[in-house]
Structure formats: structure tokens, C-alpha cells
Design a protein around this ligand. Sequence first.
Ligand SMILES: [Zn+2]
Length: 186
Amino acid sequence: MTQPSPDWNSSSPSNKLSSARVSATAKRGSESRSLSLQDSYICPVCRHGQISALTLMDAFACNFCRHIFTANLQNQTVQVVDSSQPLTWRWTGRNWQSTYRDDPSLTAVVWFASIVLVLLPASIVWLMAFLFPPLPGSVLSWFPSVWLGCTFGIHLLMVGWLLAEHYQLPIYIASRVRLREWLGRR
Ligand SMILES: [Zn+2]
């Protein structure tokens, strides 16, 4: 097993080395290359940062979302270790391919909960407005439809968050990191 060179520990050469690696990565973007600890790759979680090897470990870390990945160089795969889901990706030579080893029953529960969460409250509100319609010409006759819209919209947002978290959508992860950074700066 190859290891990063010893000068990897000192800060300034490693910074130079990693920026050189990033530019080399950009140059060789179209070429096929194998997964190795000496190289850096686009992060499969946020699709924004670069993952590079941690010193003396068979692991990568992202410089943007800070996720840690264990590497399996024989299988050319990485697995995220500090996430709610142990997602794995295979390096194809150019890009990451998700080897989704997701628990199917969990996915079914998530989707079932999502559908119930969107449909049930909105249909209760709609049923109430249908059974007890506002008096014609009353001041608040607009209220049931606005309330129905709010109920549906807010539950849809909740479900969107749940699904983005479940599937670890890259755009959601990247915006979450940016939001955390922005809140940290204030
Ligand atoms: Zn990342």
C-alpha cells in the first residue's frame, strides 16, 4: 500500500502540493485515472469540494463539506463515514457512480411518510372548508383557500427537506455547508 510522502505533514509544502494537485486535476479532467491516495477528486457528497487523502490513512476528506470517506483502492470505492447513511461510490475513472446500498424498507417508510405528510393535513383542511363553507359574501371567505395553500406548501417543504436528507442531494448538502459558513461569519 502506498502512503503519502513524509513532507505531507509540514503545512506549507502540503498546501503547495495540494494546490498543484488541484490544478493538475483540472488539467486532466477529461482523462481517465484510477483512484489513489496521491490524487484529489471531486467530492461525491457535495459535488463542489475536492477530496484528498488524510495523512497516513486510507481515507479522504472533503475541503468544502468536511465529510470523511474511507477508501477501498482495490474496489476503487469510497464510503462516507460521518453521515446518517453509509453511502458508497465507485470511481469510474472520470466520475463517481453511486453504489446505492440503501435499506429498501427505510426508503419505503420515507416515501410513505412523505405522501401522508403532504396529502393528509391538506385534505383535512380541504374537507373542513368543503363541509363548512364560509358564508357567501363574508369578509374572511378567502381564508379557507389561503389556509389550504399554506398547509400544503409548508408540508411540501418539510417533505422536500426529508427527501433531500434521505438521498443526500449534492445541491442540498452544498447549500447547507454555505448556510453554516454564512451563519458562522455573522
Ligand atoms: Zn464535499
